[in-house]
Design a protein around this ligand. Structure first.
Ligand SMILES: Nc1ncnc2c1ncn2[C@@H]1O[C@H](COP(=O)(O)OP(=O)(O)OP(=O)(O)O)[C@@H](O)[C@H]1O
Ligand SMILES: [Mg+2]
Length: 267
């Protein structure tokens, strides 16, 4: 259920937006390799994300996108190579330490506690990440950013729509505005109008200074938001550069299929 790459979207924001960014790297992934037991998933992956920029991390199923996200955020170790974040070598640091440095990761799938209400989900996460005293302010900020969650704060998270669950997942990782937000397949399975709303939130988050690393199968939307692209192919980088220069390479590497069938969508 991949959305095909729209050639017009390849233009993206391209260099216009990147001119506003600093060249200073916020994240540097340097020759990273990673494995799951005997299965090697990444083979010397290198790329960097500049401060204030948005990078789309693209590639077909199984290319290694989520593995890169997991290594960068410390959920799985790199078997070799280095990850530098905010000027610090974070290779081998635990996920919570990396999070404290300002890296937020909204992982693939629905990362909410289904049997708790929206309010309880946020309270639990904020209490853990910020401490009891800061919960009130963080809740107010979350409900102002995502008014729909405010309206539904007593609803069980498991009964929220797919789009609302993604917003709740985002609200949970945005308690403290991170330096870098990694989102993995945030719009997967969402109806286009809801996916648009989720991407509008991402754009707003970025405009407040958070850099983005966007893993997406809705390639067109990711490229509209991103300045630069890293393409992964079988665990290796096949392109890193501006969206505007991706051109035909995208068509070679990414499968081009139709939009998700209505039955596969989930609002
Ligand atoms: N927990 C795991 N155990 C074993 N192998 C895994 C595990 N997770 C991922 N892999 C393998 O690692 C490779 C990269 O997987 P990864 O999930 O990073 O791909 P992806 O690009 O995110 O794909 P998708 O677009 O389908 O989400 C794949 O071959 C996959 O089968
Ligand atoms: Mg994945």
């Amino acid at each position: 259920m991949k959305q095909g790459l729209r050639p017009s979207a390849v233009v993206g924001r391209g260099d216009d937006a990147s001119k506003r960014n600093s060249d200073k790297p916020l994240l540097q992934v340097d020759s990273v390799e990673a494995s799951y037991g005997p299965y090697k998933a990444l083979f010397g992956v290198s790329f960097s994300v500049a401060e204030g920029s948005a990078m789309a991390l693209l590639g077909s199923n199984g290319a290694g996108k989520s593995t890169v996200s997991r290594v960068v955020s410390g959920l799985i170790p790199a078997t070799s190579g280095r990850v530098i974040f905010a000027g610090q070598d974070v290779t081998g640091l635990s996920a919570w330490r990396i999070a404290r440095l300002g890296l937020a990761h909204a992982p693939e799938g629905r990362s909410v506690f289904a049997s708790l209400t929206v309010l309880e989900n946020l309270q639990l996460t904020f209490r853990r990440s910020l401490g009891k005293e800061a919960v009130g302010d963080a809740l107010a900020a979350a409900f102002s950013e995502f008014p729909r969650l405010g309206e539904r704060q007593s609803q069980l998270a498991g009964t929220l729509s797919g789009g609302e669950q993604r917003m709740l997942a985002l609200a949970k990782v945005l308690a403290v505005p991170p330096k870098l937000l990694i989102v993995d397949e945030l719009s997967l399975g969402l109806a286009p109008i809801i996916a648009d709303e989720v991407f509008e939130r991402l754009d707003a988050i970025r405009s407040r200074g958070t850099s983005l690393l966007i893993v997406e199968q809705h390639v067109g939307r990711a490229l509209e938001l991103a300045d630069r692209v890293v393409l992964l192919f079988k665990g290796q980088v096949s392109y890193e550069g501006p969206v505007s220069e991706l051109g035909d390479l995208a068509h070679q590497v990414l499968p081009t299929q139709g939009s998700p069938a209505a039955g596969e969508q989930d609002t």
